[in-house]
Design a protein around this ligand. Structure first.
Ligand code: ADP
Ligand code: MG
Length: 796
């Protein structure tokens, strides 16, 4: 059976994404989700020449992959295994080409190598067998095109060649030498070193090859070498600890070796020289792809054409060219992402006649019933929200505001507008504790308007649940508050017009999409307290309008934050006792690396405190494993001041609101990201009294302490987020991976902010002028979009 190349590429890409998914522990983090990926692949294969039985298996697989994100981990793994086996069987990796039998008089093998195509398997390269292919796959290099996009970590400038005479101790250098005698091996502590005498610049010295004693036999007196290494000068006698060398056998050779070389990220079993020779082979054997970018963009942004960029990245002519090449490739990768965001936004914002929700007087009525006056920022964002809802295009807005800035009121307004227009609205929160709390607040906020929200969480008793479900499906209830349970299979809305998602970073794009699918293109508002650096916001939320509540209600004070070594924790407990004596309350938060240990950490701390340092106070305990009733009870007792100290897991991070709590002690603070710690301490910034945050850490690592100290210096969430991004990289930021941001091959959200801003402007401009990418100069861009959406990594 023959199968066309496009199908084979699809299958390989899917396979790659599935393997990545498995490596990441089956957390459904492939862009678009596993369910969608399999559906998409099966759809593409439906029209390909796939044998009947395989087609049947595919259909079953597609069926079983539905609801992947809800499967228990072991079933996810077995589903992945099945998918991989099946796809592998449909399009097996081509066997490495048979070693060409070389007649005695034939030309050398290099000249006989056939041309390569970008999607050819990496095993088509001379010198790549199955074990090296496996090592390469660990770096996501599976086809020839992947190798071309393997971006060097740095470059080494070997253009200046020295002699031994010119060396200084400790200097890293490229030196030209002549082997001047037979070497010897030493037997140091571990492995052996080849010590080989060499002449250079008229003086004698030694070359040291650690762990490579066999070189004694392969290097002979008179060999000319170019060595790269570090100079050691002992009593005037130079030696070089060699990391790399090249043998020079012609006169011109020293010049061709004296160049800028790429130094690649690599893995065990793959050396720099291997990578360099394979890349050189690809550049020689493979026709480079045409440039997909329109001339106009290339000219305007002064971008290097794609083939040049690929060549310069690997075999640079000079250092500025390496930067231009990187910039160009990063731009292209980011453009794909931005085009897909621009398209998504266009789809989301397409007008929907008759969808406007403009109930008169609702806002005034709600505000009049508030126990406080909205801040200026709240007023402004309410304008924006009401404006969105009064328009024909569905809202698609991110509302950002620090912890305590008062986002709940904004949500309440959106819900009320839908309910009063006779339609339905839902508010989704990431935890039950928070959903329950929202339910409470909304009853207070919306009660005066005659709107009675229902609660829908996983732990609701069966009869209550079915009553709520029925009421929603029949449209008897206008407003629902809940957790993920809101978008599970059995939930139907009669007429969902507004979906609000709180603490959105806890949800993936797909989960948000599932809630929106419960209605006919409902208005979507997502709310977040996680400050997100601007660059990242562009990359992740580029398809949303953004509102910022940049003002806290009056009377709030920034928490005073102190970093305490574990050894001084008694001081923290002392401090808590003093605050409690003043009538305040406190949180003690206990993280753990593994969420399953978190409960143990909290229980243990609770017991230690209750039987020791805080034995005279009233302590409560709350963690995610508690039954809903017990959890409820513990939260209520704390809220009503029946307990003084609440020991908790990080689940209180999101949204919990107890105004009398003024101190938060965070154990093992080093285990949290800065943004998360900032959110946690926001728990206590809610009332008139001076809030305090004590960070306990057992870490002695200066870098860690330095990182935590950022929180003692600033309370500006954006500054903290930038710092987090710089120190930990975007993948570690809350919710960034969930958001479906692809793993970039070249681009870095830290280093390529310029390219990102350009790509964004260009992408939105292009989609504005040509919404379907139909014009000839844009057709090639469709492929970029498809990749940004469909596969885990960019391939050429
Ligand atoms: P967020 O969700 O943004 O963290 P909330 O909506 O939970 O914040 O509000 C935090 C607390 O501040 C609540 O107790 C709320 O009633 C109160 N609040 C909200 N807006 C104001 C305001 N304008 N003036 C005074 N208190 C406010
Ligand atoms: Mg909130």
């Amino acid at each position: 059976m023959s199968m066309d190349q496009a199908t084979i590429i699809t299958i390989r890409r899917t396979l790659r994404a599935l393997r990545l998914e498995r490596r990441r522990g089956c957390d459904d983090s492939v862009p678009g989700g596993v369910e969608e990926l399999i559906r998409h692949t099966a759809g593409q294969l439906a029209s390909a020449e796939v044998p009947r039985p395989a087609r049947e298996s595919l259909r079953r697989l597609e069926h079983d992959a539905r609801g992947y994100h809800e499967l228990p981990p072991n079933q996810r793994t077995s589903l992945l295994t099945r998918a991989e086996k099946l796809l592998d069987a449909i399009a097996p990796e081509p066997p490495p080409p048979p070693a060409p039998e070389r007649p005695a008089d034939a030309a050398p093998a290099e000249q006989a190598l056939p041309p390569l195509a970008l999607h050819d398997s990496i095993t088509q390269l001379k010198g790549v067998g199955s074990s090296r292919a496996e090592a390469l796959a660990r770096m996501n290099i599976e086809c020839v095109g992947d190798l071309l996009l393997h971006c060097p970590a740095r470059y080494e400038d070997r253009r200046q060649v020295l002699t031994m005479r010119e060396l200084k101790h400790g200097q890293a250098a490229v030196v030209r030498v002549t082997v001047s005698g037979k070497g010897r091996r030493t037997k140091p502590f571990r492995g052996a070193t080849a010590v080989i005498p060499a002449k250079s610049g008229g003086i004698e010295g030694e070359l040291l090859f650690f762990g490579r004693p066999y070189l004694i036999d392969s290097l002979a007196e008179g060999d000319e070498l170019l060595v790269i290494g570090t100079a050691k000068i002992d009593d005037g006698k130079p030696a070089i600890a060699v990391t790399e060398f090249e043998t020079l056998d012609g006169d011109g050779d020293a010049e061709s070796a004296a160049r800028i070389v790429a130094v690649y990220p690599t893995t065990e079993g793959v050396s720099q020289n291997m990578l360099r020779s394979w890349v050189a082979q690809v550049l020689e054997r493979c026709a480079l792809p045409d440039d997909p970018l329109p001339e106009r963009v290339l000219g305007r942004r002064k971008l290097m054409p794609l083939p040049d960029a690929l060549r310069e990245m690997h075999l640079p002519s000079d250092l500025p060219a390496t930067r231009a090449s990187r910039h160009r490739l990063a731009y292209q990768e980011l453009l794909g992402l931005q085009l897909s965001l621009a398209l998504r936004r266009r789809g989301a914002k397409a007008p929907e006649p008759g969808s406007a929700l403009a109930a008169e007087g609702v806002r005034e009525e709600m505000v009049a019933a508030l126990p406080f006056t909205p801040t200026g920022a709240q007023d402004r964002v309410m304008d924006e929200v009401a404006g969105d809802l009064a328009a024909d295009a569905p809202a698609h807005r991110l509302i950002h505001g620090e912890v305590g800035s008062g986002k709940t009121v904004i949500a309440a307004l959106a819900l009320a507008l839908a309910a009063r227009a006779g339609r339905q609205a839902a508010l989704m929160a990431p935890t039950e504790v928070l959903a329950e709390q929202h339910h409470e607040s909304l009853r207070e906020l919306l009660g005066p308007l005659g709107i009675e929200p229902v609660l829908l969480t996983g732990s609701l008793p069966g009869y209550e649940r079915s009553a709520a479900l029925e009421a929603l499906a029949e449209g008897r209830v206008a407003c629902a508050v809940g957790t993920h349970a809101l978008f599970s299979e059995g939930v139907a809305f009669a007429d969902l017009a507004v979906a609000v998602i709180d603490e959105q970073h806890r949800f993936g794009v797909r989960q948000r999409a599932r809630l929106s699918r419960k209605g006919e293109r409902p208005n979507v508002f997502v709310m977040s307290a996680t400050p997100i650096p601007r660059t990242l916001a562009l990359a992740v939320h580029g398809d949303f309008d953004i509102s910022v509540i940049d003002e806290l209600p009056p009377g709030r004070r920034d928490p005073e934050t102190e970093l305490l070594p574990e050894g001084l924790r008694e001081r923290a407990w002392e401090f808590v006792r003093e605050r409690v004596a003043e009538g305040r309350q406190a949180y003690v938060v206990c993280p753990a690396i593994d969420p399953s240990e978190e409960m143990a950490a909290a229980v243990e701390t609770f017991e230690t405190l209750a039987s020791g340092p805080l034995a005279d106070l009233r302590l409560g305990l709350v963690h995610g494993r508690l039954e809903a009733d017990a959890r409820h009870g513990a939260m209520r007792a704390f809220r009503e001041g029946e307990t003084d100290v609440l020991v908790a897991t990080s689940l209180i991070e999101v949204g919990v609101n107890v105004t009398n709590a003024s101190t938060i002690v965070i154990a093992n603070a080093e285990r949290f990201g800065l943004a998360q710690l900032h959110q946690l301490r926001g728990r206590v910034a809610r009332a008139g009294w001076q809030p305090h945050c004590l960070l306990l850490t057992g870490s002695g690592n200066p870098e860690t302490l330095d990182r935590l100290a950022v929180l003692t210096r600033t309370t500006d969430g954006f500054e903290i987020a930038e710092e987090d991004l710089r120190r930990r990289g975007p993948g570690e930021l809350d919710g960034v991976r969930q958001s479906g941001l692809p793993d970039f091959r070249i681009a870095s959200l830290i280093a390529d902010t310029g390219a990102l801003a350009d790509a964004r402007e260009d992408a939105f401009g292009i989609i504005e002028r040509d919404p379907t990418l139909a014009s000839p100069e844009h057709v090639a861009l469709r492929e970029l979009v498809r990749r940004a959406r469909g596969s885990d990594m960019w391939t050429l």
